[in-house]
Design a binder for this molecule. Structure first.
Ligand code: 13P
Length: 258
């Protein structure tokens, strides 16, 4: 496979934080200011996935700046009888650039592979980037987790042609590493990345496999980011807890621009 230089991508997933709009605006201002400084000129793409209710106010802070605003989930379709849901179209209309789909915290609540696939297609149809989360709950000695991740990928890519597929970002987030302080080794991440690339290569060939960015997520800090970038062969990070600290989030971005 030919080597292609992809621009790194760092996404902060605020999850259900912070508790008030005032706190969100303060956090947003600090995150954006520090991220812009760390990013420099176009060396790294940066996004923040904020609670949907804060979208417009944080959007005022990111407006005109190279920091993408995104959501943490979206229903497929424009409108419908889906109590409690927000559609990809609604998020796009509020200037969302990307949506996280299939996060393990959603899968735990019952979202299955088919739903994740439909949601990812909905995000693409709304002309946004789906950040598709995949990852195993546990690592078994037989390596079944590679099959599990391939199944998660197949549910998303099965219906996608090459043009749509090339717009997807895959985030490898082993569930056991999320919010625990535990992490795989950079070598483990690199091997999973290769498995993801092999799947894409088999399905679409070189060009798409080269374009799809693969991120790592799960207890990422400014201390372990360098090792993952250098030895994990990834294209950036999906950051949870550390994205709520503007200085740490900026330091992670800085690692990706090096
Ligand atoms: P932590 O970085 O807090 O482990 O969360 C990772 C995550 O779930 C990002 O989507």
């Amino acid at each position: 496979m030919a080597k292609v230089k992809r621009i790194p991508l760092v996404i902060g997933n605020w999850k259900m934080h912070p508790a008030t709009l005032e706190a969100a605006k303060k956090l947003g201002k600090e995150v954006v200011a520090k991220a812009l400084r760390a990013r420099g000129t176009e060396a790294c793409d940066v996004g923040i996935a904020v609670p949907t209710l804060y979208f417009d106010e944080i959007g005022k802070i990111t407006k005109g700046k190279p920091i993408m605003l995104g959501a943490q989930n979206a229903a497929a379709g424009a409108v419908g009888a889906q109590t409690g849901e927000v559609s990809a179209g609604m998020i796009a209309e509020r200037r969302g650039a990307f949506v996280i789909v299939g996060h393990s915290e959603r899968r735990t609540l019952g979202e299955d592979n088919a739903q994740v696939g439909a949601r990812a297609s909905g995000v693409l149809a709304a002309k946004m980037t789906p950040i598709v989360c995949v990852g195993e709950k546990v690592r078994d000695t037989d390596g079944d987790y590679y099959h599990l991740v391939t199944e998660q990928l197949e549910a998303v890519f099965a219906e996608l042609g090459p043009t749509a597929a090339a717009r997807v970002v895959v985030a490898y987030e082993p569930v056991w590493a999320i919010g625990t302080g535990l992490t795989p080794t950079a070598e483990d991440v690199s091997t999973m990345r290769l498995s993801i690339k092999k799947y894409l290569h088999g399905k679409y060939g070189d060009s798409v496999a080269n374009k799809v960015r693969v991120l790592y997520g799960g207890s990422v800090t400014d201390e372990n980011a360098t090792d993952f970038m250098q030895n994990g062969m990834i294209d950036g990070f999906l950051v949870g807890g550390a994205s709520l600290s503007p200085a740490t989030f900026a330091a992670i971005i800085k690692v990706c621009t090096a």
